[in-house]
Ligand binder design. Structure first.
Ligand SMILES: Nc1ncnc2c1ncn2[C@@H]1O[C@H](COP(=O)(O)OP(=O)(O)OP(=O)(O)O)[C@@H](O)[C@H]1O
Ligand SMILES: [Mg+2]
Length: 776
């Protein structure tokens, strides 16, 4: 059965939703957290991803990489990286095949990974978390992305998913996912789309701020407008605090905080904590142990001061709201509800601003603000997957940027335009458009973002792709060929060229009816018709990573994943050996004492000591998995005998009692003449009596033999053997005693057929039936 998984990659942390138990669950990771830090860390031994990376971050911050969603699909010289991103990144940024990457110390050498690779490593971790929880392989997913993601960013994320072995059924825009999760659970949406319920969703997260105005009516949602401040979020507030306290601490402690990346890192952690305190309190403390030069720094801040520090940011706050509202064509009183999501909407100053903007309207928190995106993405996955039947809910999303195609003028057609906006901003996704060209030979068209789009991230390479159409020639009658080119903005929000074909006008004889009533006539007429003539050979090239490179990355990721797994398993085997040494030594003096012979005990204790000593040698500290396994196996060879004797001594009486009870039950059934068993023949009952009695005498015999043995030798009879006897008795005797009574004919001669048997037969379909999903 295919998996149904939705992923919200947050800049700080990510959430995973799965569909099961007739609903959607946000799952927990290996340390029982519902959010997993979006970090990948490299060490001399292995990679640490998610929680493990977070734990190691303080001591390994230069080799711990975050900002995955911010940098994937960008290039190193992108001006936004220098302007906004760099100050939040501790690793060294480098170019990897034209994309931005990080250079880290890994396995004892400097290695560079593109952000697509880093994101792939992270997605693979989320995949493992989901697979562990679902106890099945995970491949089908829906991944949420910021609505402002460009074509290149979307393609890069799909590449990362491929490298991680995932199959994204859709990249869904963050706020659209939230809207879907909102709409699909609402039973009271207006029937009439003209009368839709208009909801504004506001998401302020760690790095990003999004607004969407969405119209809901029964069974559908329509995104009316979106607006963003891509560089506005919790991390910017943290940074404002860092700058403030760096100044304060520098003066107070005579240090130079901003000169030390480690000091900045520590201060940032403390600043985030203070920021959260200030959401609930009017004043809060900050303490940074050993910020630098062994100085423990501390201070405090009032909420008003904090709001002053982020004053410049807050001034920008209304702009996306204004922009989205304007583009939606709605007025504030046409807005029915304002829903907040994202961690930073907990900040009072942000809430106040949103409320003030909407004229004091009550803000709504009906959604789980941390998990709404992941839930919505999971709904989207469920509705695209055959596994679940979800209530039909149509999602009409839009693209934020205008895409145009351009081409060289056709010599034979001087009046021809050379460009066309094919998908203007606000165009629906998905959407297909057929472009028509008149050409005398092969030609190419370019797709690119239309110029002068203020909302397009600065530094975005406008070029999206090039499409070459081959084999075009004039028609037989010497006219320009009419070429249709299929372009599609697909479900991921990515532009693709999907084929080119020739059409020609043909004249066909058709029967045409003219006139009415008396004058009605049938005439044969020549009618001009457009007819598809055949596909051209085409070649598409997008501004993206080559398949070959994606394959290389996939292979490399597979290797690194396997190595990480081996390192982890080795660690587990080492711990198992260590634990065995201490556990066994303790038990030998305790509960196992009567079960070990003196020589055995001596040998085992010696083995345990040797293993312990070895574990502390350089060799034992860092050995292979098989070395730990074989040491443990050798110890267990002696130890298991002892522990088995102990366990058998505990289990034997229980097994014997169960066997006795079974035999006695059959004896009584066969002997006491109950009406229930009256139909069973005497000879059969005899068989039962014999089997049960023989088994009982075998058991008592064995138990006597066992009682003559000391505890420190292997048992003559095991609980396993006793259990097998119990199965054997049950098998033989139940077959006889459970024989059904012959049916007596009733007077009318009708007997109710066995309904149960009929029902069972219906379920022979070998396909697992789709599960219904409850969503209310
Ligand atoms: N009580 C709080 N007060 C203030 N800020 C908070 C509070 N709780 C969480 N935050 C902030 O919210 C941010 C995390 O929010 P969220 O989980 O929505 O972000 P994300 O999804 O990881 O990031 P993004 O959406 O930008 O990719 C962090 O900056 C965090 O400090
Ligand atoms: Mg988020």
């Amino acid at each position: 059965m295919a998996s149904v998984v939705g992923i919200d990659i947050g800049n700080l942390s990510s959430k995973i939703g799965v569909a099961r138990h007739r609903g959607i669950d946000i799952i927990t990771n290996e340390v029982s957290n519902r959010a997993t830090p979006s970090l990948v860390s490299f060490t001399p031994r292995q990679r640490l991803i998610g929680e493990a990376a977070k734990t190691a971050e303080t001591s390994n911050f230069k080799n711990t990489v975050g900002s995955l969603k911010r940098l994937i699909g960008r290039s190193l010289n992108d001006p936004e990286i220098a302007e906004y991103e760099k100050k939040f990144i501790n690793a060294e940024l480098v170019d990897v095949n034209g994309q931005v990457g990080a250079s880290v110390n890994y396995l004892g050498e400097k290695q560079a990974f593109s952000y697509a690779q880093l994101t792939a490593a992270y997605l693979a971790k989320l995949r493992d978390t989901a697979a562990f929880e679902l106890k099945q392989n995970v491949s089908d997913v829906v991944i949420a992305v910021p609505g402002w993601y460009t074509d290149a960013q979307r393609r890069a994320l799909l590449d990362a998913a491929t490298v991680a072995g995932l199959n994204p059924l859709r990249l869904i825009n963050d706020t659209t996912a939230v809207a879907l999760g909102y709409g699909i659970t609402k039973a009271d949406l207006p029937e009439d789309p003209e009368n839709a319920r208009n909801v504004v969703f506001v998401d302020v997260g760690h790095s990003n701020y999004s607004v969407a105005v969405v119209a809901f009516s029964k069974g559908q949602l329509t995104v009316k407008s979106t607006a963003y401040d891509r560089n506005f979020g919790g991390r910017d507030f943290d940074y404002a605090l860092v700058k403030h306290f760096a100044k304060e601490f520098d003066a107070k402690y005579k240090i130079d905080t901003l000169s030390s990346p480690k000091a900045i890192f520590r201060l940032t952690t403390a600043a985030e904590r203070l920021k959260k305190v200030l959401s609930a309190n009017s004043e809060g403390p900050i303490n940074v142990e050993s910020i630098m030069n062994d100085v423990d720094a501390s201070g405090s801040l009032k909420r008003e001061q904090f709001e002053e520090l982020i004053g410049d940011l807050l001034k920008r706050f209304n702009q996306p709201l204004e922009q989205a509202l304007k583009a939606s064509g709605l007025t504030i009183d046409q807005i029915d509800s304002v829903e907040l999501v994202g961690g930073s909407t907990r900040i009072p100053a942000i809430k106040e601003r949103i409320q003030a903007f909407f004229g004091g309207k009550q803000l709504s928190y009906t959604l789980n603000q941390d998990e709404a995106i992941a839930r919505g993405a999971t709904f989207a996955c469920a509705s695209l997957s055959p596994v679940f039947r979800v209530r039909e809910f149509a999602v009409h999303d839009i693209t934020p940027y205008s895409i145009q195609v351009s081409w060289d003028k056709e010599a034979g057609n001087p009046d021809e335009d050379t460009e066309l906006v094919v998908f203007p901003s606000g165009n629906a996704i998905p959407s297909t458009k057929i472009l028509t060209f008149y050409r005398q030979g092969p030609f190419a068209i370019d797709a690119a973002y239309a110029p002068n789009q203020a909302n397009l991230p600065a530094g975005t390479n406008p070029s999206i792709g090039k499409y070459t159409i081959k084999g075009v020639e004039k028609t037989a009658s010497g006219e320009l060929a009419c070429v249709k080119v299929k372009t599609r903005l697909n479900l991921h929000g990515i532009l693709n060229f999907e084929g080119a074909y020739a059409v020609e006008e043909v004249e066909k004889e058709e029967t045409v009816v003219t006139g009415e009533g008396e004058d009605k006539k049938e005439e044969k007429k020549l009618v001009k018709k457009i007819q598809r003539k055949g596909d051209y050979q085409t070649f598409a090239q997008y501004n993206t990573t080559s398949d070959q490179l994606v394959n290389e990355w996939t292979e490399k990721e597979g290797k690194m994943h396997a190595e990480d797994k081996l390192v982890q398993e080795t660690e587990e085997r080492k711990n198992a050996l260590e634990e065995y040494v201490y556990d066994m030594r303790g038990k030998l003096e305790d509960r196992y004492k009567p079960y070990a012979q003196a020589a055995e005990k001596e040998e085992l204790l010696k083995g345990l000591s040797e293993a312990e000593d070895w574990l502390y040698t350089e060799e034992g500290e860092d050995a292979t998995k098989s070395a730990y396994v074989s040491r443990l196996d050798a110890l267990k060879k002696i130890g298991d005998q002892i522990s088995t004797r102990y366990r058998e001594n505990e289990d034997r009486p229980r097994a014997a009692a169960a066997l006795r009870e079974t035999c006695n039950e059959f004896l009584s059934q066969a002997q006491n003449g109950e009406e229930k068993y009256a139909h069973i023949e005497a000879a059969d009952k005899e068989k039962v009596i014999e089997k049960a009695a023989n088994t009982l005498s075998w058991l008592e015999n064995q138990l006597v033999r066992q009682s003559e043995k000391p505890k420190n030798v292997n048992p003559v009879i095991t609980s396993d053997e006793i259990n097998k006897r119990k199965d054997d008795v049950t098998f033989t005797c139940a077959a006889i005693m459970n024989k059904p009574k012959p049916r007596v004919k009733t007077e009318s001669g009708t007997q109710t057929p066995n309904e149960g048997a009929k029902d069972e037969k219906m379920d022979t379909d070998d396909k697992a039936p789709a599960e219904d999903m409850d969503i209310d």
